[in-house]
Write a protein of this length. Structure first.
Length: 284
């Protein structure tokens, strides 16, 4: 955290200009080519499984056996493996995110159109399921706690898009790597969170990206992620983990931040041409 620094979207980005992503639209069904995971999977509907008639919470014990019949099983279409193929979408209509694919299931959150910085929100799509003639999609939800997922009707999402990129942040080596279709195409040292304000681990994604204007502390470019730090970070609005440049390159590699990921300016500039929104980010 840089004391006394207040940053807003207006100070960071060209007004109204978000960087266009380079992801590839998929067909309206959302089918993608996720290597090793794409294709139908059978889900058995029991009282505590993740199906439309579920009544028990996700943490409920799984029964030792599951009786399968045509009336009690549904087929899931895997949409993302979050390594070589990831499907994402903007929201198309306000909708409640549910624990299970059912309008009577408990509420998790509500789809929102914009990020904290006012740019279009991006949702990662994990799988699609038909329940009683209605199509549902399991999504990753950008919120606390990190890792939250839920189900929304397919009709509440815009066109499906597919990315083949993946960012991997290795905290032990303080290095960020970018893969495209499983092939390493970028690697650079990074500055990450201090031991008292660590960069959180888990599966995240790039929600927004834009050039920075008027604040050298953030370098020439910034990405907003779906990760939230336990405490405030040096990211606009507080809490959201950002990936950005720096005016203190001598601290990279290292652990100088309140959770955000800092790259040297030459590296973040190069990365800005390689990473589309919707790219998954694995922090480990």
């Amino acid at each position: 955290m840089l004391a006394g620094v207040t940053v807003t979207l207006a100070a960071l980005a060209v007004a109204g200009a978000a960087v266009a992503d380079t992801s590839t639209p998929a067909d309206a069904s959302g089918t993608t080519g996720a290597t090793g995971t794409t294709g139908p999977t059978t889900t058995c509907v029991t009282a505590d499984s993740s199906c439309s008639d579920a009544t028990s919470p996700p943490s409920a014990p799984r029964p030792p056996t599951c009786k399968v019949s045509a009336a009690t099983c549904s087929t899931d279409q895997v949409l993302s493996n979050e390594t070589t193929s990831t499907t994402w979408a903007y929201d198309d209509a306000p909708s409640t995110v549910r624990v299970w694919p059912s309008t009577s299931s408990a509420r998790v959150a509500t789809l929102h159109a914009n990020t904290e910085d006012g740019l279009p929100e991006v949702y990662i799509l994990l799988r699609e399921r038909q329940v009683a003639g209605m199509s549902w999609v399991e999504i990753r939800v950008p919120m606390r706690p990190n890792g939250t997922t839920g189900w929304v009707p397919r009709a509440s999402l815009d066109y499906f898009n597919t990315d083949t990129t993946e960012l991997v942040l290795d905290k032990a080596s303080e290095r960020l790597r970018l893969y495209k279709a499983g092939r390493l195409i970028f690697s650079a040292p990074v500055g990450i969170g201090t031991p008292s304000d660590p960069t959180p681990v888990g599966h995240f994604w790039i929600r927004e990206e834009f050039p920075v204007r008027g604040d050298p502390a953030y370098g020439p470019y910034a990405f907003g992620t779906s990760a939230y730090a336990p405490g405030l970070t040096d990211w606009p609005g507080g809490g959201v983990i950002g990936v950005h440049g720096t005016d203190q390159p001598g601290l990279v590699p290292g652990r100088p931040s309140h959770g955000c990921v800092r790259l040297k300016n030459a590296d973040i500039s190069r990365l800005s041409h390689l990473v589309p929104v919707g790219t998954p980010l694995l922090v480990q």
